[in-house]
Unconditional design. Structure first.
Length: 369
């Protein structure tokens, strides 16, 4: 499988669907001789199979005064270019100040990615989904179509015809910027998040039962990542991670940990655990010190991030798979009600404690995932 990591993530979306959805989040287990709880309700999912090809990409450039007088062939070395809506066929076309150039990259077949999204919580204002490993949230790089955002667009477009237009919610994502879902203006909501609790499998044995990491995270130039790579940096932005040891596996030389974050810097947990000398098991990128495994700041090849993936970088990049990181619990304030809610995603077997695995088998819910 072509996975981004071995994790799944909880994503909370704020929306207005104009309908009532009920989710039973109560715990029906009782002590004593009470009868066993009924089996859990069937998992609710949604998602549309991906088409073979995406819609391609459109690049736009508005000429600066310094570019005036260039020919199209001098400005671009590719085809499918338009100026003011007209296709350019003459490479010697002279460009003027303010001319809008548009390049349409032809559709391509994106790598395989899952498409079904499990609904963990839903009401009139909020939906929380369990993002499967290997599915990107927002468009970027090779994945411009096969994303969580696209599935939410499709879901909203089917509902708005009879349910009305959903409410607008802001999306704060530094790597992709603010994006809207079609005409529905439903977007990923992160501003109301209080904390996010992860499970992770760290390499080596952590001596302390609890560790607080306050290492700032900044950005450096890195081949294959046009905007730069996030690393541990004394000049970076503040970042706080609270690490709690759950189990130590001396034979496997690894430690199962719970990590709570509030700052939410990109790749924060990977960087912080690497910084204290315990990178995630199987992480191909970050090593001891919160730095990339292959770091050569003099190399400036950024073609992978710039052209959407025509050339695969030789060195590891943030999206490479292999590590175990799982967004387990999301604690947030409800967007319209004065209450704090906690949403949990099921744990994969590799990130369960031995006690949790035993309880799962006794309940008959262990399917090996």
């Amino acid at each position: 499988m072509n996975l981004k990591s071995s994790s799944v993530n909880i994503i909370a979306i704020r929306l207005r669907l104009g309908r009532n959805a009920t989710v039973d989040m109560s715990n029906t287990a009782e002590d004593g001789d009470a009868p066993p709880p009924p089996p859990p309700p069937p998992t609710r999912t949604f998602g549309e199979p991906w088409p073979e090809f995406n819609d391609g990409l459109i690049y736009r450039d508005t000429l600066k005064p310094s570019d005036s007088g260039l020919t199209v062939i001098e400005f671009y070395t590719t085809k499918h270019v338009t100026i003011a809506g007209s296709v350019v066929t003459d490479p010697n076309t002279i460009l003027g100040v303010g001319s809008e150039l548009v390049y349409h990259r032809l559709p391509w077949k994106e790598p395989d990615a899952p498409y079904l999204l499990e609904v963990l919580f839903e009401d009139d204002d909020l939906i929380a989904i369990n993002k499967p490993s290997g599915l990107q949230v927002l468009p970027g790089g090779l994945f411009q179509h096969r994303t969580v955002l696209t599935q939410l667009q499709w879901r909203a477009s089917k509902q708005r015809s009879s349910l009305g237009m959903p409410r607008t919610a802001s999306c704060s994502c530094s790597s992709a910027g603010k994006r809207h879902i079609s005409n529905t203006n439903v977007a990923i909501s992160t501003e109301r998040k209080i904390s996010k609790i992860y499970r992770a499998l760290a390499s080596g044995i952590l001596d302390e039962d609890e560790v607080v990491i306050k290492q700032p995270i900044g950005m450096v130039q890195y081949p294959g990542v046009a905007k730069g790579l996030y690393v541990a940096s004394p000049s970076g932005k503040p970042a706080l991670s609270k690490v709690k040891v759950l189990e130590r596996n001396v034979q496997g030389n690894c430690t199962l940990v719970e990590v709570e974050i509030q700052s939410g810097r990109p790749h924060q947990i990977r960087i912080h655990l690497s910084f204290i000398g315990h990178p995630l098991m199987g992480d191909p990128l970050y090593v001891t010190g919160g730095q990339p495994k292959c770091f050569d700041p003099e190399v400036g090849d950024e073609s992978f991030a710039q052209d959407g993936g025509y050339q695969r970088p030789v060195k590891p990049v943030p999206g490479d798979c292999g590590y175990h990181l799982h967004a387990h619990q999301l604690v947030l304030s409800h967007p319209t009600m004065s209450e704090v809610i906690r949403i949990a995603a099921p744990l994969p077997s590799v990130l369960r404690t031995q006690e949790e695995s035993r309880e799962m088998k006794l309940s008959g819910g262990d399917n090996g995932k």
